[in-house]
Write a protein that binds this ligand. Structure first.
Ligand code: SAH
Length: 251
């Protein structure tokens, strides 16, 4: 008798804990479209924590907001199913249409360089999967992001909405020209390599604004440049590190 009460109580506890997990992982389940995802979620969370510790904090990223965002945004939900198990590896990954999601460390490094503040309005060029936009959305008031490949942009927009990143707006178009309707921006991040710094983007920076962009030839090692506009609108360019990005497409 006592044993059956014990078994009954244990079963109830298991069911209750399962229901609690379901409730807390509701968004994730919706975004991944199945309950099997719940089982993997703990593993992904664990891998994400390790990624932040071993790849990002270890390499010198100290901005608390950036570290928290990287630990919070479920990167695996931005990665096509066939590569999902590599989501927290120290490398870029294909996202279709010949494009890639950047290495996690590079995402963190570029985001930290933008020195973001809560009230900022940010423009991203190269939405891709929407991952970088999701990271930015955790740190600022509003994110505008432009993607030139319609299939990627639409998919990213749908994904970001489903995951309730409500302060991100995606546009399909050529990011070279920026987004004049929402300018000026506190910060601009370009996640594809341009042959030169697009003047429209410099023009759309606020005084005090920061622009981060890889500059260099197609499939060469490029220069990650930080361009700042001071309070008197003087523009200063600084070369930060060598990087490798997919090219900024010009039509
Ligand atoms: N930030 C993305 C990855 C960027 S990959 C992420 O977090 O997943 C670079 C992206 O820039 C690609 O999706 C590519 O299609 C896009 N791109 C290239 N040229 C562009 C342009 N002129 N305007 C807007 N997007 C462009």
């Amino acid at each position: 008798m006592k044993l059956s009460i014990l078994i009954f109580t244990a079963s109830c506890l298991i069911i209750v804990s399962f229901v609690i997990r379901l409730v807390f992982h509701k968004d994730t389940i919706t975004a991944m479209g199945g309950m099997n995802a719940v089982i993997d979620e703990d593993t992904f969370t664990h891998q994400r924590k390790r990624m932040v510790k071993e790849q990002i904090a270890y390499r010198g990223i100290t901005d608390k907001g950036v570290l928290v965002a990287m630990e919070t945004v479920p990167r695996h939900l931005f990665i096509p199913e066939e590569n999902r198990s590599y989501s927290y590896y120290d490398q870029p990954l294909p996202i279709g249409f010949g494009q890639t999601i950047s290495q996690p460390y590079i995402v963190a490094f570029m985001t930290e360089l933008l020195k973001l503040e809560k009230g900022d309005v940010v423009l991203e060029i190269g939405t891709g999967s929407g991952y970088q936009a999701a990271i930015l959305s955790k740190l600022v008031k509003q994110v505008y992001t432009i993607e030139i490949i319609e299939g990627l942009g639409k998919e990213a927009s749908k994904r970001l909405k489903a995951m309730s990143y409500n302060n991100v707006e995606v546009k399909i178009g050529d990011g070279y020209k920026g987004w004049p309707e929402h300018a000026p921006f506190d910060a601009i991040i370009v996640t594809a390599a341009a042959e030169h710094v697009p003047q429209p983007l410099v023009d759309q920076l606020k005084p005090g604004g920061r622009l981060i962009i890889p500059v260099g030839g197609v499939y060469e090692v490029q220069d990650l440049m930080l361009i700042t506009k001071d309070a008197s609108s003087k523009v200063v360019k600084e070369s930060i590190i060598p990087v490798r990005f997919v090219p900024l497409i010009r039509k």
